[in-house]
Design a binder for this molecule. Structure first.
Ligand SMILES: [Fe+2]
Ligand SMILES: [Fe+2]
Length: 286
C-alpha cells in the first residue's frame, strides 16, 4: 500500500467538486421515470428544457440501435414510439458521454475506448436481460453497463504512477488487477465509481452495478441479478478485446454470476460470437 497515493485519492473523492459532473436533467429524468405519478408530458417537458440533451437524444433515438424505423423529431414522439425507459437510457447516454469519452491515461485507453467499452457492455447487458426474459431490468442493465467503469476516469490519474507496482502485485500474488489496485492505492475503480454516482444522485441499483461489477456476489440481494448481468457482459467484452487497457485480461469471470443469470454454455458462446455484429449497432451510438 502506498499511503501517500491513498491520501491523495481520498482528498479527491472527498472533494465533490473534483468529481465529474453531468447535466442535472439526467438525475431528474431517472427519478421521474421511476415515479408512477409523473406523466409522459411532464417528462417530455423536463427533457425539452435542456437544448443540448434534446438534440443529442433525438439523434440517438434515430440511430440504428434505438430506431423503430420511423423518423423521430420531437421528445414527445420519442417517448410514444420508443417508450419511457428507452428514452431515459438515451438521456443517460447523452449526459454521460462527456465524462466517459476521453483519454484514460493510466489504463492506457485511447480517447473513445472507455466510451466504446461502456456502450458494448450496455448493449450486451441489455441483450442478456431480454434473452433471459428479464425485460423489467433491461434498461438498468443497459445504463449499469454503460457507466460501470466510470471510476477509471478518476483512478487513472493515480494508476499511471503506480502501474509497475500494481502489475508486480498481480503477478506475485496472482490476484486480479482490481484487487491489486486496492492493494496498492487503497481504492479500486469500483469504489470511486460509486462515489461519482452518489454525486450524481443515481439510484441504488446503478450504484450497486458500478460498485460490484467485478464481484457481483457481494452486491445486495435485490440487485445481484442485474449486477451479474453487467459482470458477464463486461467479461465477454473484455474477452472479445473491447476496451482492453493496461489491465488487459487480468479479470475473473465469476461462475456464480453465470449460474444466477441462468446462461447456458451454448448461450454464452452465442453471445460472445455475436459481439462483432452487436458492435455494429453499438457503434451507431458513438
Ligand atoms: Fe471494471
Ligand atoms: Fe469494464
Amino acid at each position: 500500500m502506498n499511503p501517500q497515493i491513498k491520501q491523495r485519492i481520498e482528498s479527491v473523492i472527498n472533494n465533490i467538486e473534483q468529481l465529474p459532473s453531468i447535466p442535472e436533467v439526467a438525475t431528474r429524468i431517472i427519478n421521474m421515470v421511476n415515479d408512477p405519478e409523473v406523466s409522459f408530458k411532464a417528462i417530455a417537458d423536463e427533457i425539452s428544457k435542456d437544448q443540448m440533451i434534446t438534440t443529442n437524444i433525438l439523434k440517438l433515438c434515430n440511430s440504428a440501435y434505438f430506431s423503430k424505423g420511423k423518423e423521430i423529431s420531437s421528445v414527445d414522439r420519442a417517448i410514444v414510439t420508443l417508450g419511457l425507459k428507452e428514452v431515459k437510457d438515451a438521456v443517460i447516454l447523452a449526459a454521460t458521454k462527456i465524462v466517459l469519452n476521453k483519454i484514460i491515461m493510466g489504463y492506457d485507453l485511447a480517447k473513445g475506448e472507455l466510451w466504446r467499452h461502456g456502450l458494448y457492455v450496455a448493449v450486451l447487458a441489455k441483450k442478456i436481460a431480454l434473452m433471459k426474459g428479464k425485460k423489467d431490468i433491461a434498461d438498468v442493465a443497459f445504463t449499469g453497463g454503460l457507466i460501470h467503469d466510470v471510476g477509471k476516469t478518476i483512478l487513472a490519474l493515480f494508476v499511471q504512477g503506480t502501474f509497475k507496482e500494481i502489475m508486480r502485485t498481480v503477478e506475485e500474488k496472482k490476484i486480479p488487477f482490481i484487487a491489486a489496485e486496492k492493494d496498492i492505492m487503497g481504492f479500486d475503480h469500483q469504489e470511486i465509481g460509486e462515489r461519482i454516482l452518489s454525486k450524481w444522485k443515481f439510484p441504488e441499483v446503478l450504484k450497486a452495478s458500478v460498485r460490484h461489477h467485478h464481484q457481483p456476489m457481494s452486491a445486495p440481494d435485490e440487485f445481484r441479478t442485474v449486477v451479474s448481468i453487467v459482470h458477464v457482459a463486461n467479461s465477454l467484452c473484455l474477452m472479445a478485446g473491447v476496451g482492453i487497457g493496461s489491465d488487459g485480461l487480468y479479470h475473473e469471470l465469476v461462475p456464480e454470476a453465470i449460474e444466477l443469470t441462468k446462461l447456458e454454455p451454448g448461450e454464452l458462446e452465442m453471445l460472445f460470437a455475436g459481439i462483432p455484429e452487436m458492435g455494429e449497432q453499438a457503434e451507431t451510438l458513438i
